[in-house]
Design a protein around this ligand. Sequence first.
Ligand code: COA
Length: 466
Amino acid sequence: MPVGIDDLAIYIPKLYVDYKDFAKARGIDPQKLEYGIGIRKMALVDTNQDPACMAANACLKLMERNHLHPKDIGRMYVATESGLDESKAMNSFVVGMLEQVYGEDAFEHAGGIECKFACVSGSYAIYDNANWIRADENNGKAAIVIVSDIAKYDIGSAGEYTQGAGAIAILVKDNPRLLSFDQKVTSTIIKNEYDFYRPIGKETPLVNGNYSNLLYLIQVRKAFDGYKEKAIKTGLISLKDGESITDHIDYFSVHLPYRKMGEKALAYLLRHEWRSLPRWRQVIRELGMEEPLPKDPRGTIESILADVEFMKTDDKFRRAFMQTSFYNEVYEKKMASSLEASAIIGNLYTASMYMGFRSLLEFEYKKGVELEGKRVGFGSYGSGSSAMVFSGRIQPGYKEVVKKMNLEDEIGTRTKLSMEEYEKLHEGRTLALNESILHNSREFVLTKVGGITADKAGFREYVYAN
Ligand code: COA
């Protein structure tokens, strides 16, 4: 029985900062942001928004669009790294909001949890729910997995231009219209790391930027090795002489902290997969330089990063490789469409890869490409750290869903903030919940945090603003 993604609905907050204003204020070349990072607009939450109400807004959209009633849903998971409470799960807030629309106890029969593992937890949540359906524990019901996050970094830090915010609600069911997961090939890897983390009570993360970039590449590559082994063993993919497993994957959708990171992840993967194949000689010929090796090829990430000469030459090689016809053919055909959304929204942490998948579907469809049967390979990464690699095939019913996709329309009219407004909002200086910049209707908003009495401390109140 095919199980996978039937539909996905997005909610992106309507405030943003423009990269040109940002570059000017921080004294950065705007070309660095547009091309070096790959960002033009960064989505920001208003004073009366949080990850729970973004999640509820995405979920309500998904349910209304598919004429779903709460009785059709058996599980609702929220995957996030922007938790609101150390104990009370974010999906409970979401259920509370949705029951304002569907009636008290409308979701009582269902279940679900909040999942956390930086940006990868949504993939684990989807995997668990797909298996819940395959195990026939679902009593004919579907699952909704919501990925929702606010990527917020310190003002003036290198992470500041990789911010963003938004939520995606993903409908997981049998006989899905969009994508059916390939079975018995999902591969994971896990290791205790401190590349990016946010200690309890701290609003912004502690980031070792370059370390986190390299770790992301290495961990996804290792999980990809596990995927490859399983795909060959199960007969999902069989390789002829000189073939690479990347030849059997029609699209790549990877974790996207920023657009450029997707491009770099593809380059890293292709180098790894092609290096031992006859075609590599042709690549090297076009490049006109040999691939460099670190002083200690079996060294740690720290020793590789400290190998300054290698890092410099490897960077030169990587840039040159990304200019080759070999890389560009794969990039244009198999990845470019998945990166479109990231450039106008920014980092979405748990939701970033799924926004990439959503972007891939819309922009490939608009190019007129026939997608049925195409295999999408996913490279999900969460700092701390764990990676998950899996794949799925686009299903015959995809057109019914994809033809209605329109990113700009779904985001809605957006309001550009000045850098002064952005900074005020970022620091939460004088703005209270009721001082929101926008007054959106037909959305859940946060109206109150905490009560006057001690027993109401930590309460969060939301309303559906008409
Ligand atoms: N025009 C065009 N490109 C330019 C440029 C210019 N004037 N100036 C710099 N660039 C390019 C750099 O060459 C570099 O490109 P490359 O990636 O191809 O090498 C890119 O812009 C980034 O610049 P760089 O100086 O290397 O990095 P940074 O100090 O700005 O930091 C991050 C970038 C991603 C490390 C930082 O934003 C960060 O820490 N982000 C949060 C952590 C994160 O997202 N980690 C990802 C893994 S989960």
